[in-house]
Design a protein around this ligand. Structure first.
Ligand SMILES: Nc1ncnc2c1ncn2[C@@H]1O[C@H](COP(=O)(O)OP(=O)(O)O)[C@@H](O)[C@H]1O
Ligand SMILES: [Mg+2]
Length: 482
């Protein structure tokens, strides 16, 4: 008797069946009829806004483009790269889909561009799945609560601005104040499982420096870098921000704690403005079009927690002339759960990381820190504020010791606090060391329990149990004081 192989019994065909179901056997083709700068007009194909089309050049090469406008049978396309080589009559083939990002574990240690193609010369990627670049935020009802602390490895953040796993913060700074250095310190030292770093609109030199020098081999090993340089078309800069978010979403769906860092959101906003202006939108606030203010929350709301994992995110924002109220900074600040302000004055004094603690806030820090830690942080903030308010008097030598117990203490502790806040680029600082130093600095006894990842004691646990019984969601966090 011949035994039949029954491998079909335990073979999962669903992946292939769904591919066949998604497949449209008809090719929708159009032909280029005009090229104006970066914009290509084509007669057909039948396509939707945001759909990816391939332009076939006469030399056999292909270019990726995206539909940005439609008028009768004319399709307006923008090319992901240079328009060199495009002729009237070139074939334009519609893909039927918006931009898809190849994702998988193979991305670790790699650098990809805005279309998900590797650009590090390390060979092809074998994707495990494709994720849409543009997606809506996870359902608010299924999001997990933020109750675990993340270690960034930057002492001043871990102590004074403690961040939760799944929290989203902005880093507000002018150029050259230390954003890239700070982000690379976080990438090398965080206890997150994976880093996803989006370099949006940086110069080529800055990108190389960041990857080779700042991130280094050690940081790169567990990172994915998505790059769209400043000289690439606006569509690349716009999509790269969404592509790096999609990559982070993939790892979050695998149940991981992801650290997303985007440098920077201002260039994403400017790319959105460029595209919307060229498609006829009218500018509103300070030259920015309304779609800019619509696209920022849509991008930023995608990170955070979902039902499986977390994406903690740091979004750098360029503040020209240190103007914190310019519209992009203002919009970003309104969406996020905290802001870290970098100060040029501190950088000039060689106080690095140049974080202005009193101007910065982490809105969720109380959910992920214990009572005594909060007390210690409060004490340091208070001493810093007292010193700052009386700095002129102290520096001018007008203040006489003994006039105020509080000012005396602020002066006594000043140097120690400064030393605590400063950190060399290559200095490692695990969470336990940060808390040990905070304990020594303030003399407040931080108990062992508060060294854990989930140190916050739920004050109103009883209320939450009651609410759960009634099927209601209740915010169990200790109220934040701002
Ligand atoms: N932690 C640090 N320690 C020492 N120098 C620093 C530190 N952070 C920044 N710098 C100095 O500031 C310069 C600019 O920093 P960078 O991170 O490139 O700024 P940005 O990304 O904001 O333009 C660096 O070349 C370096 O000299
Ligand atoms: Mg930089």
């Amino acid at each position: 008797m011949v035994e039949t192989l029954s491998f079909t019994d335990n073979f999962n065909f669903s992946k292939y069946v769904s591919q066949v179901e998604d497949f449209d056997p008809i090719l929708y083709i159009g032909y280029v009829c005009a090229v104006n700068g970066l914009e290509v007009l084509s007669k057909g194909p039948c396509a939707k806004i945001g759909e990816i089309c391939t332009i076939k050049l006469t030399d056999g090469k292909t270019l990726l483009s995206e539909v940005v406008g439609l008028e009768d049978s004319v399709v307006k396309l923008t090319v992901y790269g240079l328009t060199d080589g495009i002729e009237v009559g070139c074939e334009v083939v519609a893909s039927g889909k918006p931009l898809q990002v190849p994702v998988g574990w193979g991305l670790l240690g790699r650098t990809i561009d805005a279309t998900g193609k590797p650009c590090d010369g390390l060979g092809e990627l074998v994707p495990e799945a494709y994720y849409p670049a543009v997606k809506s935020a996870p359902d608010a009802m299924t999001k997990k609560e933020i109750d675990r602390r993340i270690t960034t490895g930057v002492r001043v953040i871990d102590s004074m601005l403690t961040v939760g796993k799944g929290q989203r913060l902005g880093i507000f700074a002018g150029s050259g104040v230390g954003k890239s250095t700070l982000l690379s310190m976080i990438a090398r030292n965080t206890d997150a499982d994976i880093n996803v770093i989006g370099l949006i609109g940086e110069r080529g030199r800055e990108v190389l420096d960041f990857i080779d020098r700042d991130l280094g081999e050690e940081g790169m090993r567990r990172s994915v870098v998505v790059v769209a340089k400043g000289d690439e078309p606006a569509i690349c800069r716009l999509r790269a921000a969404q592509v790096c978010t999609a990559v982070a979403e993939y790892f979050r769906d695998q149940g991981k704690d992801v650290m997303l860092m985007m440098d920077n959101v201002t260039r994403f906003a400017k790319a959105q403005r460029e595209i919307s202006l060229s498609s006829g939108e009218v500018p509103a606030q300070r030259g920015y079009t309304p779609s800019v203010f619509d696209s920022i929350p849509k991008l930023l709301e995608r990170t955070g927690t979902n039902d499986r994992g977390t994406i903690t995110a740091f979004y750098a924002v360029l503040v020209d002339g240190d103007d914190m109220n310019e519209p992009i900074a203002d919009t970003v600040r309104g969406v996020l759960d905290g802001h870290v302000v970098l100060s040029r004055k501190l950088a000039m004094e060689y106080h690095y990381p140049a974080i202005d603690v009193l101007q910065s806030i982490s809105r969720l820090s109380k959910r992920v820190t214990g009572k005594m830690t909060q007390k210690a942080v409060g004490k340091v903030r208070e001493l810093m504020a007292v010193y700052q308010n009386n700095a002129q008097m102290i520096n001018a030598g007008i203040y006489t010791k003994g006039s105020s117990v509080q000012i005396d203490e602020a002066i006594d502790k000043h140097d120690e606090i400064e030393a605590f806040l400063k950190q060399e680029e290559d200095e490692r600082c695990p969470m336990a060391d940060t808390l040990d130093r905070l304990k020594a600095l303030t003399g407040i006894d931080i108990s062992e329990e508060e060294y854990e990842e989930r140190p916050a004691i739920k004050k109103n646990a009883a209320v939450s149990t009651q609410a759960a019984a009634l099927g209601q969601a209740v915010d169990t966090s200790v109220p934040d004081v701002e």
